[in-house]
Design a protein around this ligand. Structure first.
Ligand code: ATP
Length: 355
């Protein structure tokens, strides 16, 4: 089922929670809404669920405007952060709850429940009470319960944030698998940008009730629309530089000429983004082998380093500005604090922000 938000606004008192939100979520799509606390993620979801009404604009399911349709009649499955399971009902009865309320024959309910138990991999736990389950298992029950009514749309509000890191990671892929198997249009709210990138067909980045960018995860990461997106999604080095030539892709940063791809921005200064993993440490020998003008070569001293397992993140001070540089955890990169290092990046790995 396609979901369309057409110029939706919603305020609470003097807080503009959502402002002129327009978005079309395709049938079967997995779309995440990501952004800092208070940016309007949950409000957007509650509007779609029908718990609150927009001040302005229309919400459509398929071709139908649903603004006036009660939540119960919207045929939407919802999963919250805190599971909200019935503590006195066992797993099977929790999952069956919505079906019983709809007066579906018992044999049909039993069949549906056992299908869902299999789908969320909780075989053998049918008779368990929620308190006898781990957080991850409880969230599986909540997911199965939401899917029981065969909703056309699934809304997930931070469903994993109460779980520990490992369970989170595993359930992330489970949710994706279940969503694909069910082919259900899914809107997933999270403040965790990595989660959003890894699970979604498209990601919406919001700030202060306004959409900052909508795109495929790779686009959001590699081509952020603005400084907010660049700094919210992943780690970015954002440099402000003077434009030398748009056509040639040349900028001047702290008196150093840097090369970028050709760009359109017709301004005296631009901001460019260079991701830490796109900057490499180079040795004297590497430098002598660099072709051309040896541009995009910087010298700085190491201020700090953090071990991340497969890689090390260095903080390198270049002309008073700290750049983050991710280097593979290899013996030759046992760089010491205070050491002077040379950094290099390809011009293609510089993204010029449009605003
Ligand atoms: P979080 O990640 O913290 O859950 P969020 O992005 O989901 O944040 P919302 O819950 O949508 O943000 O809130 C957006 C803004 O609207 C916030 O400033 C919030 O305080 C305000 N708000 C939300 N619901 C209400 C309400 N019922 N009454 C008053 N203000 C509200």
């Amino acid at each position: 089922m396609q979901v369309t938000l057409d110029h939706i606004s919603k305020h609470f008192g003097n807080v503009q929670a959502v402002q002129d939100l327009s978005l079309a979520i395709q049938d079967g799509e997995f779309l995440s809404i990501v952004g800092p606390s208070g940016c309007g993620k949950t409000t957007s979801l509650r509007l779609i669920a029908g718990f609150i009404q927009p001040d302005k604009g229309n919400i459509l399911f398929g071709q139908d405007v649903v603004n006036q349709v009660a939540p119960k009649k919207r045929n939407v499955g919802i999963v919250f952060q805190n599971y909200a399971l019935f503590p006195n009902l066992n797993v099977a009865d929790n999952i069956a709850f919505g079906l019983q309320a709809r007066k579906i024959p018992a044999s049909e309910i039993a069949q549906k429940v056992s299908e869902l138990i299999r789908l969320v991999k909780l075989e053998g736990k049918e008779a368990a009470r929620p308190r006898e389950l781990s957080g991850g298992q409880q969230q599986r029950v909540a997911l199965a319960r939401a899917l029981a009514i065969s909703p056309k749309i699934l809304l997930l509000d931070e469903p994993l944030s109460a779980l520990d890191a490992k369970v989170r990671l595993m359930l992330r892929y489970e949710i994706k698998r279940i969503q694909q198997q069910a082919g259900i249009t899914t809107i997933y709210v999270t403040h965790d940008q990595e989660e959003a990138l890894s699970i979604s067909d498209r990601v919406v980045v919001m700030e202060k009730g306004i959409i900052q960018q909508v795109g495929a995860p790779e686009t959001i990461y590699k081509q952020p629309a603005n400084q907010f997106v660049a700094s919210f999604i992943g780690i970015s080095n954002i440099l402000t530089a003077n434009v030398i030539s748009q056509e040639q892709g040349e900028i001047s940063w702290n008196g150093i000429t840097l090369c970028t791809p050709a760009f359109q921005q017709n301004t005296a200064t631009v901001q460019v983004v260079i991701r830490p993993e796109k900057i490499t440490l180079v040795t004297e020998r590497d430098i002598s082998e660099l072709d051309g003008s040896k541009r995009n070569l910087l010298t700085g001293h190491v201020e700090g380093k953090v071990f991340f397992g497969p890689m090390i993140r260095l903080a390198v001070n270049v002309q008073g500005v700290t750049l983050f540089v991710d280097v593979p955890e290899l013996a030759q990169y046992h760089v010491k604090g205070g050491e002077t290092v040379s950094l290099y990046f390809h011009r293609e790995d510089v993204w010029v922000l449009s605003s």
